[in-house]
Design a protein around this ligand. Structure first.
Ligand code: NAD
Ligand code: IPM
Ligand code: MN
Length: 367
């Protein structure tokens, strides 16, 4: 019996997650997997219900589950709360509580969506990279942190990494590069930050054990530019927590919409949290317009990494790509292509998964 915990969260989180869950249920049934799905609270929804962004019960159930599928957390309603009580803290605490230090963020341009890229098509063609982001250390977690009003108004955070934290995430990136093209770009700010100098030192040290991997170091400011100018040069991009957060959203523009991108956050035992890269999109919430593909492809990653079902994962990816020929959500609007709501796009992917290639639908003209 596979136990999967669903954490819809806030804003568009529940909307995209419910479509992803339909896909998950269908694929698990197709593969005769016996499973149980449970739902729990996180983020603003948890704050409203019980006054904390990560209730003990949610963390406990996440620890017991085989995998966690998450929507997104946060929103303007909770923005004025003190730092320690914000919805986003609940997500950070969940990642830390499960020791999910390895965040894999694949950024792949899908053939039917090439013309949706913000880049010239020849620059976006064939982009297929993975950002390996350290997820439980660095600026988002290190102490001391704080804010004061007296005697001077000030605030501070700390970026601290221990060598072992760098080694374990770099190890993930090296192993991934070995399974892919053997090219690893490590991104840092070693011209300014001591943390980055240590990062570089540890990555270079590990490179000796991985002679099949060609390592290149890039400064983060240059890397941000390179991702827009020549994203095809990247295969595996390794970086620390905050740089990875920022650089991976650039991937949204490269593929055409932030709503397309999935992620997996894994611990040393391979247990994971699967979630789209995007946030709660308050501008879209409650309107049935959000793109659920990031959540659906997170289900594919869950099947792959969490349940060891690569064929099922591939079936989801193929169904999503097929469906894009018949309709898309508004963020991917193209001439001659029907615009579908979140739920209608979910219906379409399910139809494709059930092998009923939509006879009642016409292929769109849009590229
Ligand atoms: P966001 O990712 O919610 O939105 C950024 C832009 O992308 C918006 O224009 C939005 O409309 C668009 N977008 C995002 N998801 C989309 C989708 N599925 N389909 C179509 N368009 C989509 O980022 P933001 O506006 O900076 O943050 C909003 C809230 O979400 C904040 O409270 C933030 O803290 C939170 N957040 C949460 C997560 C998470 O839970 N993992 C991630 C990022 C931001
Ligand atoms: C993400 C988000 C989170 C992060 C926030 C909401 C804590 O931006 O998953 O990319 O910074 O990791
Ligand atoms: Mn982010």
């Amino acid at each position: 019996m596979k136990h999967i915990l669903i954490l819809p969260g806030d804003g568009i989180g529940p909307e995209v997650t419910s479509q992803a869950v339909r896909i998950l249920q269908t694929v698990l049934s197709h593969h005769q997997v016996i499973y149980q799905l449970d739902e729990a609270l996180i983020g603003g929804a948890a704050l409203d219900a019980c006054g904390e962004p990560l209730p003990q019960d949610t963390l406990h159930r996440a620890q017991q589950a085989d995998a966690v599928l998450l929507g997104a957390v946060g929103g303007p309603r909770w923005d004025q709360l003190p730092a320690g009580q914000r919805p986003e803290r609940g997500l950070l605490a969940l990642r830390a509580g499960l020791c999910c230090f390895a965040n894999l963020r694949p950024i792949k341009v899908m053939a039917p969506l090439l013309s949706q890229s913000a880049l010239k098509n020849q620059r976006a063609l064939g982009v297929d990279l993975v950002v390996v982001r350290e997820l439980t250390g660095g600026l988002y977690f290190s102490e001391p942190r704080g804010m004061q009003r007296e005697p001077t108004v000030a605030a501070w955070n700390t970026m601290r990494y221990e060598a072992a934290e760098i080694d374990r995430i770099a190890q993930v990136a090296f192993q991934l590069a070995e399974r892919r093209s053997g090219k690893l770009v490590s991104v840092d700010k070693a011209n300014v930050l001591e943390v980055s100098r240590l990062w570089r030192e540890r990555v270079d040290r590990l490179a000796h054990d991985h002679p099949g991997v060609a390592v290149q170091h890039q400064y983060v400011d240059n890397a941000a530019m390179q991702l827009v100018l020549a994203p095809q040069q990247f295969d595996v991009l390794l970086t620390e927590n905050m740089f990875g957060d920022i650089l991976s959203d650039v991937g949204g523009a490269v593929v055409g919409s932030l709503g397309l991108l999935p992620s997996a956050s894994l611990n040393a035992q391979g247990k994971g949290i699967y979630e789209p890269l995007h946030g709660t999109a308050p501008d879209l919430a409650g309107r049935d317009v959000a793109n659920p593909i990031g959540a659906m492809l997170s289900v594919a990653m869950l099947l792959d990494h969490g349940l060891g079902m690569p064929a099922a994962a591939q079936a989801v990816r193929t169904a999503v790509e097929q469906a894009l020929r018949y309709g898309r959500t508004a963020d991917l609007a193209a001439e001659g292509m029907p615009v579908l709501g979140t739920m209608a796009f979910g219906d379409l992917v399910l139809q494709v998964l059930h092998d009923e290639v939509p006879k009642d639908r016409k292929e769109g003209q849009g590229a």
